[in-house]
Design a protein around this ligand. Structure first.
Ligand SMILES: Nc1ncnc2c1ncn2[C@@H]1O[C@H](COP(=O)(O)OP(=O)(O)OP(=O)(O)O)[C@@H](O)[C@H]1O
Ligand SMILES: [Mg+2]
Length: 322
């Protein structure tokens, strides 16, 4: 049922409260789809990654193969915001050195060091990589699964493309103005255009335009309910249920389609009174979710025993998906 509902989507954002099973469910969905022949990329956007731990593999900023199935496979990435910020600042530094006179270089360098620690720079870097992977996946993967950070962080991330798009727009407009100004100044000073400076300007402009293109694609992708869906993972206990309802409300407000709700770690009925009592409590949570989220496909995944790490564990969870 869950897989049927998700089969038509090319991009899934998997989110929910901390520790409910986002990484496990993302990976299980990925493996199940790979078994059907899909090329799947799982991307962890959570700065506290646990994708590598789950698969027992070294996962980093570039795709690594986590599993191969009949015709499909699962690759994984853990986005490294610091590496992204470093790359970005190195490019800006390079462009600045071309544009600015030499005596200004130390000053520019100090400025960039400050920018590295500026609030929001990591979030923006993660978003930049999210936009990159959406672009990459269009050609190389059939399904892209984002294993996201606990709720608040993810929502800010999903609202960011528009803000950063506007900001890029402003930068481009400012560049147009300063480009006209500096070429007028150069004309006055030397009577002709100086090439290296122009190429610096052109580089920055090019980078900004590329970035605007990526954010536009991300924004279109996030807003397209046919291609993209949000999968909320929860457990059916009172607190996570309340948070799930809040999260679904916020997602609706920003126009993201909720593809499915996964109620994870359902207690068994026939394994002793303790678990049976837990299950009765979960039943109440489940009913609340059904009442408050009518029309959202709801999938229950059982509580599993055994070692939760390694490909076999992901496979067991994939088998347990309804
Ligand atoms: N269906 C299940 N049965 C048993 N254990 C499960 C199940 N799903 C997840 N777990 C276990 O629950 C714990 C949390 O799972 P997971 O790491 O996938 O959650 P998460 O939401 O990604 O956490 P975080 O918010 O810290 O990233 C892990 O120990 C995992 O093995
Ligand atoms: Mg996780």
């Amino acid at each position: 049922m869950l897989l049927d509902v998700l089969r038509s989507r090319r991009v899934l954002f998997v989110g929910g409260k901390g520790g409910v099973g986002k990484t496990s469910i993302s990976s299980a969905i990925a493996l199940a789809r790979a078994r059907e022949g899909a090329r799947v990329l799982v991307v962890s956007t959570d700065p506290a990654h646990n994708l590598g731990h789950l698969w027992g593999a070294e996962v980093g900023d570039e795709p690594v193969r986590l599993a191969t199935a009949a015709h499909g496979y699962v690759d994984g990435i853990e986005i490294d915001p610091r590496a992204t910020v470093d790359r970005h600042l190195a490019a800006v530094h390079d462009a600045m050195r071309r544009i600015l006179p030499e005596r200004m270089h130390p000053h520019a360098k100090r400025h960039l060091e400050l920018a590295r620690e500026a609030p929001g720079s990591h979030e923006a870097a993660v978003l930049e990589r999210v936009a990159d992977t959406v672009e990459l996946a269009r050609e190389h993967y059939d399904l892209l699964v984002f294993d996201t950070a606990p709720s608040g962080h993810t929502l800010r991330l999903m609202a960011l493309p528009r803000q950063l798009g506007d900001w890029t727009e402003t930068l481009l407009a400012n560049r147009d103005r300063s480009e006209r100004f500096s070429s007028a100044m150069r004309g006055l000073a030397s009577g002709r255009d100086s090439d290296p400076e122009r190429s610096g300007d052109a580089l920055i402009r090019q980078a900004l335009l590329r970035r605007r293109g990526r954010f536009e694609l991300l924004q279109r992708t996030v807003a397209d309910p046919l291609a993209t869906g949000f999968v909320i993972v929860s457990v059916a206990e009172p607190m996570p249920v309340a948070e799930t309802l809040e999260l679904s409300e916020s997602l609706r407000r920003i126009g993201v389609d909720i593809a499915a709700l996964v109620v994870n770690r359902r207690s068994p009925q026939d394994a002793g009174e303790l678990l049976a009592a837990r299950r009765r409590l979960e039943d109440r949570g489940l009913r609340a979710l059904e009442d408050r989220l009518p029309g959202v496909p709801l999938a229950e995944v059982p509580l599993l025993g055994g070692d939760p790490r390694g490909e076999a564990a992901v496979a067991a969870l994939a088998d347990a998906l309804p």
